[in-house]
Design a protein around this ligand. Structure first.
Ligand code: ZN
Length: 368
């Protein structure tokens, strides 16, 4: 018996009571908290190139008008430009967006007390064998799972907690332990992975060495002070941050660490008896996520989807949102029956066992 949680941006938005932005509101939120301007209310110099890029690609400006730009789309355009033309300017813009993401997710997390809120409830509900797969870059859940203490105290590696196991089995920190420094022989049945935290798109506090030839090349470490520069302790070069874009699936292969995380995630899902998808919208183009959901095999006969988008309110009456649910059902119905999927409008409803059907008097299962 093991439950697997799959978390998307909506989970962090819900835990933060709406202060965390959606991908579409990211730049607008950065602007509203005053990150884009200096004390004299002028656009910060290092954001000038980004501003010009927004103008040329989206006809939008950081200084005036609406900023309804999907940050993932923006980063994807940049990647395509970098692929087309290896120009320093594009790298500079990319770096300024990376910094914005880190700084904004940090500023917005500051007022949120650790030990309270929905992620705290989730952390309390997790059994040792349960796992969390998250697409989020932020540290809200990491902090609820003991991140800071774990990074200060190396013995946490052996604690067997969700965060400790992540350090031990996934991070470079674990490779330094005696047990992991010895190669174990391959096994002929897939290992049962239990009790893991997997960050499928990286994390704002993960850094790695990008110097080929360095002993620590592409080894990933979580760091406490991720907003300052970090240096590789082997070759003394500046480390890079590791956050991955959902749309650029092909780049997963460039990061063996991320490829391993996805492999672990699929093994975890295969043995799950219950899967809960919270705050994740399944974009039709996100083939990797569709693949991941498809890896659920016969073990799972209990699925919950927690998302305000499960229901829509038209002409004063709530109904199931077929636009949102259809992509899920197309995949899930290959594995589970209609009755085995429960829909919840939000996390609180899930905790209280109030399905959308009960809450709004809808038919028990949507007719998809
Ligand atoms: Zn290095």
């Amino acid at each position: 018996m093991s439950t697997v949680w799959i978390l998307g941006a909506g989970a962090s938005i819900s835990h933060s009571k709406g202060t965390f932005p959606s991908t579409l509101r990211f730049l607008e939120t950065a602007k509203s908290v005053g990150m884009l301007f200096d004390a004299r209310n002028r656009l910060k110099p290092h954001l000038q190139s980004l501003n010009q890029y927004l103008d040329s690609m989206f006809k939008r400006s950081l200084t005036k008008g609406k900023l309804d730009i999907n940050i993932e789309e923006l980063l994807t355009y940049l990647e395509i430009d970098i692929e087309r033309e290896n120009s320093a300017l594009f790298f500079e813009i990319q770096e300024s967006i990376d910094n914005l993401i880190r700084d904004l997710l940090t500023i917005l997390a500051n007022p949120i007390a650790v030990g309270s809120g929905e992620y705290s409830t989730l952390a309390g509900m997790l059994l040792p064998e349960d796992s969390v797969l998250t697409f989020n870059w932020d540290l809200l859940l990491d902090n609820e799972l003991g991140r800071e203490e774990a990074l200060r105290n190396p013995t946490t590696l052996f604690s067997g907690t969700h965060y400790g196991k992540m350090l031990y089995y996934q991070m470079a920190t674990g490779e330094g332990t005696i047990a992991r420094s010895v190669f174990q022989p391959p096994v002929d049945i897939p290992p049962m992975l239990k009790g893991n935290l997997i960050k499928l798109h990286g994390s704002i506090d993960w850094v790695y060495c990008s110097q080929e030839g360095c002993r620590a090349f592409r080894k990933v470490f979580p760091v406490l002070n991720y907003q300052s520069h970090n240096y590789c302790s082997e070759c003394y070069s500046r480390t890079e941050h590791l956050i991955i874009l959902p749309v650029l699936n092909k780049r997963y292969g460039e990061y063996p660490f991320i490829t391993k995380a996805w492999r672990m995630a699929s093994l975890i899902l295969r043995s799950a008896t219950k899967v809960i998808v919270w705050g994740y919208s399944l974009p039709p183009t996100d083939t990797y996520s569709r693949w991941l959901l498809s890896t659920m095999l016969g073990n799972c006969h209990d699925v919950a989807i927690i998302n305000p988008s499960c229901v829509s309110k038209g002409s004063g009456r709530h109904t199931y949102s077929y636009v949102f649910l259809r992509p899920y059902y197309e995949i899930l119905l290959r594995r589970v029956t209609r009755d085995e999927i429960d829909l919840y409008e939000n996390f609180e409803d899930y905790v209280n066992g109030v399905t959308a059907a009960t809450k709004y008097g809808l038919r028990v299962t949507p007719n998809i």
